[in-house]
Design a binder for this molecule. Structure first.
Ligand code: MN
Length: 479
């Protein structure tokens, strides 16, 4: 494995930031960290400084600002050396010191104890994240490098760290739209939690990719010609689903050859108009599977992901998922929050809350629950459990935490739909508001204008804070 050096890091930063003062500060942070960690070794036998350098490098690949890179280089100095927060503040600046302090504290979060002091601490940290999201980005990069080098840890530690990665860092990476990092973390989790399955499935994936290579090349060329003929500027990439994604599908009962999105073609064009135009051309040439079209441009995912997805019958009747999006959407799809920060360096935390639903939900839960232990439990249930996707009768997609009921769905549609719901239909059958929804259910809500608001019991029959708050709001009017 090639170790990252300060020269490699600086070269990478220079690709997007040539500011002399910034580069000088990064170099100074490196020298400081190297001096402070001198003599310390990682379990791999490498000098400790390789770790902060690698973390900073991961963040430079996301093109993050100078202060984030500096904080990444210093991120373990408070915990593992004699350096103090005041000294960092003095030698660099208070913002860098605040971020290093935040990263140090977040490392102490334990999501799995029900102890009061721990819950209070966890709450403070989670809310602090809304104020400075760069702290989570550094922590995620820190975790990614630790996972990449997990082979040097004892077996028990490997299991403990991978489990925490799956429970805490994978959802965070998802909410922040860090798709590439999320996929890598998931694969590393599987590699350490279930090594034999991981090896078996990676081999299967390689075999699959090998078998489909000819088909793929043919389709790439064909679509390329099609778009060139119509003068649509574009580039096309292909990607195979990550190993963990395949694992999850098999676990849910799907056979490998039934997974239509194992292989995806990504077509990146200039603007939204060209996305739909390209979609039309592709459907004209290749037959789409009827109900597999998703318009995430009109209906972005909660992490701001946008794209058109359609599954088509390619040559030799191979099913291939095609994703069509603009360059900006592609950068958002891969780097999410990091790309967003690059374009909006000075967004306030309030604006972030408006635009990233994760922060919005977090602050809603914060405002509606006063007890710290309850707060942590609700955050876990609502934000750190798996999500399901449910369709409206119009085909719109609603994302909800596992365990959500029709009540959560109705209030996610709108407060009015929730308040006036009379009876729901789930997959064409009449159901009840307290029915728990499953992935891919199609739900329509019949409303009744004479309905006198929600049932008070519904508060306990839903899981999302949005629904609970709306029901409370309705009853408050009568007090
Ligand atoms: Mn670290």
């Amino acid at each position: 494995m090639n170790s990252i050096t300060i020269d490699i890091l600086l070269e990478n930063v220079k690709k997007y930031n040539n500011n002399h003062n910034d580069l000088e500060m990064i170099n100074r942070a490196f020298e400081c960290a190297q001096k402070m960690h001198a003599g310390q070794l990682r379990q791999s036998g490498e000098e400790y400084i390789v770790h902060p350098l690698s973390v900073a490098f991961i963040l430079s690949e996301l093109q993050l600002d100078c202060e984030t890179i500096v904080a990444a280089l210093l991120h373990d100095t408070l915990e593992d050396t004699n350096l103090t927060k005041d000294e960092i503040s003095h030698s660099f600046n208070p913002h860098v010191a605040m971020m290093v302090d935040g990263v140090t504290k977040i490392g102490k979060i334990n999501f799995n104890t029900k102890e009061e002091a721990n819950a209070t601490n966890t709450r403070k940290l989670l809310i602090g994240l809304i104020e400075e999201v760069r702290i989570i980005l550094i922590k995620i990069a820190d975790r990614l490098h630790n996972m990449r080098t997990l082979e040097y840890k004892k077996r028990e530690k490997q299991i403990e760290i991978s489990n925490e990665t799956k429970d805490l860092y994978v959802p965070l990476a998802y909410y922040l739209g860090l798709y590439r990092i999320k996929s890598e973390l998931e694969d590393l989790y599987l590699k350490y939690s279930n090594p034999s399955i991981y090896t078996m499935l990676s081999n299967k994936a390689i075999e699959f990719e090998h078998n489909i290579q000819n088909t793929l090349n043919y389709m790439l060329e064909d679509i390329d010609t099609l778009l060139n003929e119509q003068d649509v500027p574009h580039f096309i990439k292909s990607r195979t689903k990550n190993v963990y994604g395949i694992y999850k599908r098999i676990k849910s009962g799907k056979k490998i050859n039934e997974m239509h999105d194992l292989l995806a073609l990504k077509i990146v064009v200039d603007d939204i108009k060209d996305c739909y135009y390209t979609l039309g051309m592709i459907h004209n040439k290749y037959k789409p599977i009827n109900n597999n079209f998703k318009d995430y441009i009109a209906q972005p995912k909660i992490n701001m992901y946008q794209s058109l997805h359609t599954t088509i019958f390619g040559v030799d009747d191979h099913l291939i998922q095609t994703q069509i999006r603009t360059k900006e959407m592609d950068l958002t799809a891969n780097n999410g929050m990091a790309y967003y920060l690059k374009n909006n360096p000075d967004k306030s935390s309030l604006e972030l809350q408006r635009e990233f639903q994760f922060f919005n939900s977090l602050s809603k839960i914060n405002n509606s629950i006063s007890d710290d232990i309850e707060f942590v439990e609700q955050v876990k249930k609502e934000l750190f459990s798996e999500n399901i996707y449910v369709y409206t009768s119009k085909g719109d997609i609603i994302e909800l935490p596992v365990g959500s009921t029709v009540i959560d769905f109705a209030y996610k549609m709108s407060e009015e739909v929730g308040n006036y719901m009379s009876v729901p239909k789930i997959n064409g059958q009449y159901g009840s508001p307290s029915d728990i929804l499953k992935n891919k259910d199609i739900v329509s809500i019949l409303t009744d204008n004479t309905s006198f608001g929600p049932n008070i019991e519904w508060i306990d029959e839903c899981v999302t804070t949005g629904a609970k708050d709306a029901i409370k709001r309705f009853y408050k009017q009568f007090k």
